[in-house]
Design a protein around this ligand. Structure first.
Ligand SMILES: [Zn+2]
Length: 279
């Protein structure tokens, strides 16, 4: 299913991952078919960030974010920060991410996660780039770290603050993220039966702060559960959102695309989709 004539933006994908090694070209071609006008492929460590930049160089409509995921936080060495900064200055890199805290898995010790997040927030502030934040069972700490970061960089952040990806919080946390100026992004999981618990929070997100993503190859839509997720499934998330918020899919597609363009400073040509021809 394609959303006709309105390009949508997958603001969080992991196209560099091995799950796409077999058929990356076809995956991107299917995304175009489905009306996906831009994809932000997000790094999780130095190697994956490098690959993200390469993909963004190769494919028009693909942009990169560079950063260390909380799972990989303990691998972030001081000398890596310089390379991250170098990569971040590349014209196809549009954000620092993903960064954040994951106190569910705790693959890296909590102190290492906090330190990596704070260092990368400083980097983003210095470069005036938005951040892509991952939060799992760490909302209290994330909110306080972001709050402190904002107060130490008052006024300097403007519109390019960032997004909390795979938002899965409460109405109260929506309010606090919005107050700070963040966007909130949702994926296909909002169509899972148990997500009925977050409908009210999802309805609270104003239209001008809402983004959509796949987080592929993870978190496949309900109808594809158990299989790999990919950007061409993104229209299903627009459909779920429209049902939950009682809105029109076309309008949600248009608004979320406008928001992605504003936050990441990317160009999305209506109806064009991504193409395999580098600029
Ligand atoms: Zn991710």
């Amino acid at each position: 299913m394609a959303i006709e004539k309105v390009s949508i933006v997958d603001t969080h994908a992991h196209l560099d991952m091995r799950a796409f090694d077999r058929d990356r070209e076809e995956v991107i071609a299917r995304a175009i078919q489905a009306g996906v006008g831009a994809i932000i492929t997000v790094g999780i460590d130095l190697k994956s960030s490098r690959r993200a930049v390469e993909l963004a160089e190769r494919y028009t409509g693909v942009y990169a974010a560079v950063g260390f995921h909380p799972h990989d936080a303990s691998a972030l060495k001081s000398e890596d920060m310089a390379e991250l900064a170098d990569m971040a200055r590349h014209p196809r890199v549009v954000a620092i991410g993903e960064i954040g805290l994951d106190f569910y898995r705790n693959y890296s010790p909590r102190e290492a996660q906090v330190q990596a997040m704070e260092r990368q927030l400083e980097l983003a502030a210095g470069l005036e780039m938005p951040v892509i934040v991952h939060c799992r069972q760490a909302e209290r700490d994330i909110l306080s770290i972001l709050g402190e970061w904002l107060s130490s960089h008052k006024g300097a952040r403007g519109q390019a603050l960032g997004v909390v990806h795979c938002f899965n919080g409460t109405r109260e946390s929506v309010r606090r993220y919005l107050d700070m100026g963040f966007c909130l992004s949702v994926g296909a999981y909002i169509g899972y039966p148990r997500s009925v618990d977050i409908y009210d929070a999802v309805r609270d997100i104003p239209e001008d702060r809402l983004l959509v993503e796949t987080d592929c190859p993870f978190l496949s839509p309900q109808v594809h559960r158990g299989k790999r997720n990919e950007p061409s499934y993104l229209p299903l998330t627009i459909e779920s959102l429209a049902a939950i918020r009682d809105g029109s899919p076309e309008q949600l597609a248009a608004r979320t695309t406008t928001n992605a363009q504003r936050l990441f400073g990317i160009k999305v040509e209506t109806g064009s989709g991504v193409s395999t021809q580098a600029e």
